[in-house]
Design a protein around this ligand. Structure first.
Ligand code: ADP
Ligand code: MG
Length: 289
């Protein structure tokens, strides 16, 4: 009978840090053809640090102060890195009149009646060749670049570095051995995404995606290759997790909405559990047949 096999799969999963929200999910991993990973915080550790600040204005201390003050209100790991960079340099955080976080873009805020923006380069309309070359230089090393500016003028550039999770390469090569495709779905810029994907061994890269484009991407992957499992941590991943055959959330630091939406939660944020989940579902499949 299926019951003892299912219970054994669930308990063995639980011991390894795999939480199934529903017993029917155990089996669903068996026919997954593509595993799609969010980049920041999922494929990478999400422990982002600022490695460089390039300023195009004269007072870099003040620019750091503005950047940290604006990012204070955002939960994004990039925001936390920039706030930390400011605190390490003893800046005093300024009061903001208004602050608006734009998912997948960055943050906009009013400081002393002036309109400030910090976020992805696409947030700014006119990039000089010099700025564009600097951005590309960092992105080719797998770093993420955010720009800060006021009233449309760019004043500085933060380069940020993240680390790939230590188990990522092994999991991705195991998936390949099983004939499963791997994909990266990220809001980050194309060059950065390609650099990280190459390091991890990911097959397909989809970059510069807004949250609803991640959903469209799941649909496209399904149409082309078959059932998709999507794994992510952020608010921006929740709709894609809901769309996928199996939605998987990073349990330790995943946002509430992502944990609620997921079918499976990786309690220890350990990607190796994905392989285990697939093994379990195949085992259960054999019992059912
Ligand atoms: P991912 O899919 O890799 O988790 P997001 O969709 O959350 O990335 O963000 C995409 C991009 O938007 C980031 O790479 C960054 O350039 C920009 N961004 C988002 N939030 C912020 C923020 N609070 N501060 C600066 N930039 C941000
Ligand atoms: Mg993320």
């Amino acid at each position: 009978s299926i019951m003892p096999a299912l219970l054994s799969a669930i308990s063995s999963g639980a011991r390894k840090g795999l939480l199934y929200k529903n017993g029917t999910q155990v089996e669903k991993m068996a026919n997954v053809r593509v595993v799609a990973f969010d980049k920041t915080g999922t494929l990478t550790q999400g422990k982002i640090v600022v490695t460089d600040l390039v300023t195009f204005a004269n007072d870099s201390h003040q620019l750091i102060q503005y950047a940290s003050s604006i990012e204070r209100g955002s939960e994004h790991p990039i925001a936390q890195a920039i706030v930390q960079y400011g605190l390490d340099r003893d800046v005093t955080l300024l009061p903001l009149t208004t602050m608006k976080a734009r998912a997948g873009w960055g943050v906009e805020a009013e400081i002393s009646g002036e309109h400030w923006q910090i976020g992805k380069p696409l947030m700014f309309s006119s990039l000089t060749d010099e700025i564009q070359e600097t951005i590309t230089k960092y992105e080719q090393q797998g770093q993420t670049v955010v720009l800060i500016g006021k009233e449309g003028h760019i004043y500085g550039l933060f380069a940020l570095q993240d680390q790939i999770r230590p188990e990522a390469k092994m999991v991705i090569s195991e998936l390949r051995k099983r004939g499963i495709l791997t994909a990266m779905l990220t809001g980050d810029q194309h060059i950065t995404a390609e650099a990280i994907a190459a390091e991890a061994g990911i097959d397909l890269v989809f970059s510069e995606l807004l949250p609803d484009q991640k959903v469209a991407c799941i649909e496209k992957l399904k149409a082309l290759h078959g059932e998709v499992a999507m794994i992510g941590d952020g608010i921006n991943d929740a709709p894609a997790l809901a769309k996928a055959q199996v939605g998987i959330a990073m349990g330790k630091h995943g946002s509430d909405i992502t944990l609620e939406t997921a079918d499976i939660v990786l309690m220890n944020d350990n990607l190796a559990q994905i392989s285990h989940a697939i093994t379990m579902s195949h085992r259960l499949h054999r019992v059912v047949k």
